[in-house]
Design a protein around this ligand. Structure first.
Ligand code: NAP
Ligand code: COA
Length: 263
């Protein structure tokens, strides 16, 4: 059950890049439930429209590629024209696949860096003068790959590590008027990301054992963290990466448990 009250985000305009499916759509929906004006953006226009319809009347579904600064900026200008200055901007567009570095093409590596890291710069840089300041809140959706080296994830690890540092630098530079934070979800049920990283039963079982809370998270649990970071309960929180991961950042919880009969 949520700790947040109805209407909490009334009169706020929220823009979610990559908000047309999965975790980011869940975040957009939660802000919409709390009475915010919401816009989501993805590459596929039909998917963006369906996402906006699922959020509710008045929500905008826009299409642009976050790798394209001008197109991303244009979309955000449209949001401001239709919904008002931006109070909350979430940058969550990402691409991922499992691939060994020795077999990954330069374009494959660049593609993920471009979507995740350059895309986050484009979204945050592009929105800067469209924000309602002071009081605006930016959130980057990062991942445990930012701090844990994971085989077959050279591209995602490099991209998400860059995002974490970008969050910190922007919090420094924009600090007086804008709070900048990240959310690092652990494995989240029912998402494209986990369908790619743990495509079969055995892979999923191995994940459960390694997580201190022994379960995957729910999209709604990440959305609650996003609301917290933008709420009046977090007005002195900036430059932090909030792990919403059941303790996963602590390491492998299965290590040694079998030997002690604790598995
Ligand atoms: P998802 O459903 O695949 O969502 C990706 C979103 O980004 C979609 O709206 C997609 O729409 C959009 N997108 C992708 N490339 C884009 C581009 N170049 N330009 C604009 N939009 C683009 O993914 P998810 O699994 O929910 O993950 C969401 C976020 O959480 C990602 O940042 C991911 O790294 C992070 N995360 C996920 C997990 C997990 O368990 N799933 C764990 C840790 C972190 P289009 O395809 O139409 O463009
Ligand atoms: N293994 C190795 N290389 C791969 C790959 C895989 N599974 N999937 C794509 N690539 C390579 C391609 O071969 C291409 O390299 P090349 O030109 O040297 O052949 C490069 O990556 C770009 O692929 P392309 O399909 O042109 O990129 P895109 O911009 O159309 O799509 C992706 C981007 C590849 C990240 C695509 O998976 C995507 O759109 N993902 C969004 C959804 C997602 O990943 N959700 C989870 C978020 S955590």
């Amino acid at each position: 059950m949520s700790a947040f009250t109805d209407g909490l985000m009334a009169d706020r305009t929220v823009f979610v890049a990559g908000g047309t499916s999965g975790i980011n759509l869940g975040i957009a929906k939660r802000f919409g439930e709390l009475a915010a004006r919401v816009a989501v953006l993805g590459r596929n226009p039909e998917k963006a429209k369906a996402a906006a319809d699922s959020i509710g009347a008045g929500a905008l579904g826009l299409s642009a590629d976050v790798r394209d600064y001008a197109a991303t900026r244009e979309a955000m200008e449209q949001v401001v024209a239709e919904l008002g200055p931006l109070d909350v901007v979430v940058s969550g567009a990402a691409g991922n696949f499992l691939a060994p570095a020795a077999q990954m093409s330069a374009n494959a590596f660049r593609t993920v860096i471009d979507i995740d890291l350059n895309g986050t710069f484009n979204v945050f840089r592009g929105c800067y003068d469209l924000l309602r300041r002071p009081g605006a809140s930016l959130i980057a959706i990062t991942a445990g790959q930012a701090v844990n080296a994971i085989p077959l994830q050279a591209h995602a690890c490099a991209a998400k590590a860059g995002i974490n540092q970008l969050v910190r630098v922007l919090a420094m530079e924009w600090g007086p008027e804008v709070r900048v934070n990240g959310i690092s979800p652990g494995p989240i049920s029912g998402t494209e990301g986990m369908a790619r990283l743990a495509p079969d039963h055995d892979a999923r079982e191995a994940y459960y054992a390694r997580i201190p809370m022994r379960r995957w998270g729910e999209i709604e649990e990440v959305a609650e963290a996003a609301v917290f970071l933008c709420s009046s309960s977090a007005t002195y929180v900036s430059g932090t990466i909030l792990d919403v991961d059941g303790g996963s950042q602590l390491g492998d919880a299965s290590r040694g448990t079998a030997a002690k009969g604790l598995a």
